[in-house]
Design a protein around this ligand. Structure first.
Ligand code: FAD
Length: 373
């Protein structure tokens, strides 16, 4: 049985892991580089698999109440015509939970409030981990911590992955800039949220609580390209231009999108990778944080067993194939979304229009149908 755990990184994955361990009575500290536990960022889609993970932590109802549930949505073409529709009631009937869109800061607040203050160590950037037969020693800005196990939940550019997986390839640029923002409060629109697919670019919107909208998208571009997003999407169908105009100045967050080539294992002795540190993925399926939540509750459940090494082996066996297949699936879909050649775009859009909504939902079944193992 594990007697103390250090989590490196207090994002969604790290905090959810700490909550799951704390609920089992396992002492845990979360070392976070930032001066406070806070997410910059905008909205976040939480699919039923993530809601099930949150439900196992007793937090799903709170998250649902803090988020927004649209009746539907889907994908439109560049002219605004529907290509495929999502029926959120059908998702809820099938999976027990709908798609919930929450502000990241709200999700973080809920996770933080499920932990005792003594577990939370902001301003504690992790520098390195040493391992010996008796466990791990984690050196950080404020000193060091000893534990049986360190969970490396330190994101895409994980320092612990670089230290313990020195030969692993680093993050791979997927060829587009992802952008997101939250509008000021606005009168409620009469249209359902949607993602519009253009040629090598996409833009979407969905409602958030507080009469705000989450707007997001991606533009195929060389690494480091900068955009004036309101101007870039000015000619797109309503309500996108109006929504972008309602984003406070300087509030669009734009970053080059990376994913992570597959690792041969998520475990190295008593260092275990979780969330983006293990399997950062293209955001097109909205599954990165959902998978981090699945990782968190699965790792904690594995640690219920008597032997830590067996628990970590099991975590790796269960989580690696699943998460790596979702990384691949996201990459495949993004490659199609990034098409720019007009005949290919026409064929793509026609294919999407001819695919029945039921078939699309069925294709997502293996992702959304996950249950806490
Ligand atoms: P992170 O969120 O990166 O957290 C890592 C934490 O570790 C941070 O707090 C960081 O400060 C800290 N840290 C880093 N280094 C150190 C260190 N050395 N010491 C201590 N702390 C450290 N996913 C979804 O499920 N749904 C979506 O709708 C969705 N939309 C997205 C849209 C975009 C444009 C992008 C880019 C991603 C999207 N994702 C989405 C993916 C999602 O944001 C990530 O998968 C998720 O945030 C990963 O969480 P994490 O805790 O693993 O890592």
């Amino acid at each position: 049985m594990v007697s103390r755990v250090v989590v490196a990184g207090g994002g969604i994955g790290g905090l959810a892991t700490a909550v799951a361990l704390h609920q089992r009575g396992i002492p845990v500290v979360v070392l976070e580089r930032a001066p406070e536990f806070r997410e910059i960022g905008a909205g976040l889609s939480l699919w039923p698999n993530a809601m099930r993970a949150l439900d196992s932590l007793g937090l799903a109802a709170q998250v649902r109440a803090a988020g927004a549930v649209e009746t539907g949505g889907g994908v439109r073409d560049r002219a605004g015509r529907w290509l495929s529709r999502t029926d959120n009631a059908a998702i809820e009937r099938r999976h027990g939970w709908p798609l919930v869109v929450v502000h990241r800061a709200e999700l973080l607040r809920i996770l933080v409030s499920a932990l005792p203050a003594s577990s939370l160590r902001p301003d504690s950037e992790v520098h390195a981990v040493a391992q010996d037969g008796s466990g791990v020693s984690v050196t950080h800005r404020g000193g060091s911590e000893h534990a049986d196990l360190v969970v490396a939940a330190d994101g895409l550019n994980s320092i612990l992955r670089r230290q313990w997986w020195p030969r692993a390839a680093g993050p791979r640029y997927v060829g587009c800039t992802g952008w997101r923002a939250v509008t000021k409060p606005l009168p409620r629109l009469e249209v359902e949220g949607a993602v519009l697919w253009g040629r090598g670019e996409r833009a979407g919107f969905t409602v958030l609580p507080g009469s705000r909208y989450y707007v997001f998208g991606a533009v195929t571009a060389p690494r480091g390209a900068a955009f004036d997003f309101p101007r870039h999407f000015a000619g797109w169908p309503d309500p996108l231009p109006a929504l972008l105009a309602a984003v406070p100045d300087g509030a669009v967050i734009a970053r080059d999108v990376h994913d992570l080539p597959p690792l041969p294992t998520y475990v190295c002795g008593r260092v275990v990778l979780l969330g983006d540190a293990a399997h950062a993925m293209n955001p097109i399926l909205g599954q990165g944080a959902c998978q981090a939540l699945e990782d968190a509750v699965t790792l904690a459940a594995c640690l219920d067993g008597p032997d830590v090494d067996t628990a970590l082996e099991r975590y790796d066996r269960v989580r690696r194939p699943r998460t790596q297949s979702i990384v691949r699936r996201s990459a495949r879909l993004d490659a199609v979304a990034q098409w720019t050649w007009p005949p290919a775009v026409l064929a793509r859009d026609l294919g999407a229009r001819l695919t029945p909504a039921r078939a699309t939902l069925r294709a997502m079944e293996p992702v959304l149908g996950w249950t806490v193992g």
